[in-house]
Ligand binder design. Sequence first.
Ligand SMILES: Cc1ncc(COP(=O)(O)O)c(C=O)c1O
Length: 465
Amino acid sequence: MAIDKVGHNALNYQSKTILSKRQMKDAENYLPGGVTANIKYFAPYPIVMKKGKGAWLTDVDGNSYVDYLMGYGALALGHGHSRMNDAITEQLNQDGTHLFGTPHLKEVEFAKKIQQYYPSIKKLRYTNSGTEATQLAIRIAKVFTKKKKIAKFEGHYHGGFKEVLYSINPPLTEAGAIDRPIAVPESAGVEVDGLEPFILPFNDVEGVEKIISQSHQEIAAVLIEPVQAGFILAEQAFMDKLRELTLKYGIILIFDEIKTGFRIALGGAQELYRIDPDITTLGKIIGGGFPIGLVGGREDIMEVSSPKRGFDVFEAGVDGKETAKDVLFHSGTYNGHPTILAAGLATIQELEVSFPQIVNYTMELRKRIEEVGLKSGIPIRTYGAGTVFNVVWNEEKKLRHYRDLLQSNTMKRKELDFELLQLGVYTKPLNRYSISAAHGDKELDHTISAYENVCYCFKEGSGVS
Ligand SMILES: Cc1ncc(COP(=O)(O)O)c(C=O)c1O
């Protein structure tokens, strides 16, 4: 058996995905690395998909997979759900256009629905991605507080732009002390230049208190994934303390709920922790698989972007008006796109019915994966909440933050992922599992039987062929 450097059975993978390999080679002629987003890549090459239906994906070689990536969690209803398809056609038929470029009715209808589940959101703005949403949230916080820096947590991801591309997956040798992490750049073009964020230790009350109390005059906002990477839960006492400290020091608390919104609970992590953040960012699920992001929060904070406060950038200089600096300029041709809002609304309405059933599937899947681990002697555990979780290959240790995750055996988890891929269970290696309304008994049985196959073979040390 040929084992490549990540340890999986490379020959087998390649023999089952010949056309994917060929397609990726061709893609490299047109796209850097053959991909349109760096997260889509994994070695030796990613699988190229051709069709999606319900909970299933089919690749270009004709292999079928139960999909647990679900568009990185964006697809709460699965692929091609009829309610979504109907909502899109209905919007087009009813409105006669898929882009008004003016205010329209769905913008407010959708905002009311969001407010129903996220009462901390008094006013909101739409964006076209999660990245844009966190970027806007930070801009708003800086303008509102008149402070220049932010603080983020080690191990937390907030999108692909300079201000937040620090200490997401830093090597321990560069990451500093556990209670006082150092900002480690995570991309070319990102430096430690004095404007890098303060890096906070997740689930560490004393560590966070020390850093915030020393540097609060510089910190406009604390940005947090309340459930790290969608599966490592914050402790309640930690979240309560964070809320207390940010209020005490006039720091804007931003909950980045792009992964957790409508997944941890319909009302996201803020429902679970019973905490009102000052600003929330949402994305993924709320667009039903179409590009969207949203920033919402306290009225006085969000109002900094109101054009009624002054002039906008295209009016400055006209009629003797000289400046646009009173208003935080936020714009986007596609913001509040009617088709996307229709798709998002249909998703939320369907979730209002099916969310408990998706949670039940998730709990049953997690229980049965852990049972397989226990019976086969493979130390896999699941972590998460609501309709999202991850499988971690670790011994007894409790998982509380990024550095604990580093102690787990990611090589083995990757091996497990590659073997499961070959048995028709899909997630990007090492990624979390996102469950949809389309997952049912058939998918559960298929997944567990693949886990049994892989784990028992692992135990015998024979690999899976
Ligand atoms: C917590 C969090 N914030 C921000 C983003 C960026 O969102 P997008 O990929 O839509 O730009 C993501 C994406 O995975 C995310 O999980």
